[in-house]
Design a protein around this ligand. Structure first.
Ligand SMILES: [Zn+2]
Length: 327
């Protein structure tokens, strides 16, 4: 079974639920991309279905555990997304609602539905799922993963047990990445950018696109530091073809701004973003109020892009707002 780094309290809470026979039928694992939410969803599924747990932990070797790991367990349903934005349709939700009343195939008497990356689950889909979540058959479980709880309606959240999944320490990330036999130099660079977020560190090492996005984020920060509207606009313009690029870069830029706001108050504070030197320079030129305003501008642009509007328009507005804030 894949080893989970950190999140010890969360794991022990899940194990305790199982031990006391009070497993939650609807669970949401939330946290930033790369922290291991899907791994946690898989762990909970293993916990629910394992035939021979050891010390209240899934054994990892029984047929149920093995099939879950291989993605071939007939009663573990990874619900499929559809459409350009990768959302969950109302039709899919309706199918799940009727499927949930068909009893499980296997002897573990569980059926688990896993909804990954729910940031685009629209209100109608959530309302369709509400009924089955309110009164699920005793063998049915629903696991959601998402970056934030705010992706869901309060009515859904009130029926979920919500668990935050956090990055581990930089040391744990380094150890985990060494076990994957990456080059030590690459590990060092990755951890410098993404700290204890093992998923993002791994992607940084393996994926040239992410390394390009990090460079672009640094360019954006530099243009803000130099108060150079032309450079900021040009850097943002190179982004405008790909929605995922925009999401990733804006999230990373937002972390830099948040880092700078913290560094204004405490120059020794740890950073969460990918460019400490940039965050330090930003903390010299920005006031707390300006950092806050830029954070809200980025957040607004991020949500606008998420809502499928014209990307160049959203980015031009962001550029103008940032320049207006710092000049
Ligand atoms: Zn097992």
């Amino acid at each position: 079974m894949k080893k989970i780094q950190g999140n010890n309290l969360l794991i022990s809470n899940l194990c305790n639920m199982k031990k006391s026979g009070r497993t939650a039928h609807t669970v949401l694992f939330y946290g930033e991309k790369g922290t291991g939410k899907k791994l946690m969803a898989e762990f909970y599924t293993n916990l629910l279905m394992c035939n021979s747990p050891i010390n209240d932990m899934p054994c990892g070797t029984c047929s149920a555990c093995k099939n879950i790991q291989a993605g071939t367990h007939p009663d573990v349903i990874y619900v499929e997304t559809s459409g350009k934005l990768g959302g969950y349709s109302v039709d899919t939700a309706r199918k799940i609602c009727s499927d949930a009343f068909i009893k499980p195939n296997n002897d573990t008497s569980c059926k688990v539905y896993i909804f990954r990356d729910c940031h685009n689950m629209d209100v109608r889909t959530q309302n369709t799922l509400l009924k089955i979540i309110e009164e699920p058959p005793e063998y049915a479980y629903f696991i959601f993963t998402s970056e934030t709880k705010t992706d869901f309606l309060p009515t859904i959240i009130s029926r979920c047990v919500c668990f935050g999944v956090s990055p581990c320490t930089e040391k744990q990330a380094e150890n985990a990445l060494s076990e994957s036999s990456f080059n030590p130099e690459d590990i060092k660079k990755a951890v410098k950018c993404f700290h204890g977020n093992i998923g993002m560190c791994t992607e940084y090492i393996n994926n040239e696109d992410l390394r390009r996005q990090v460079d672009l984020t640094k360019q954006l920060a530099d243009s803000i530091i130099r108060k150079d509207e032309y450079a900021l606009d040009t850097a943002l313009f190179t982004l405008n073809k790909n929605r995922n690029d925009v999401r990733t870069v804006l999230s990373m830029l937002d972390k830099l701004i948040r880092d700078s706001a913290v560094l204004i108050q405490d120059t020794k504070a740890n950073n969460i973003g990918c460019f400490r030197e940039g965050a330090v320079k930003l903390s010299y030129i920005l006031t707390s109020r300006q950092a806050e305003k830029i954070h809200y501008s980025i957040e607004r642009a991020w949500h606008t892009v998420e809502c499928n509007v014209n990307i160049p328009l959203a980015l031009s507005a962001l550029c103008a707002e940032i320049i207006e804030t710092i000049i």
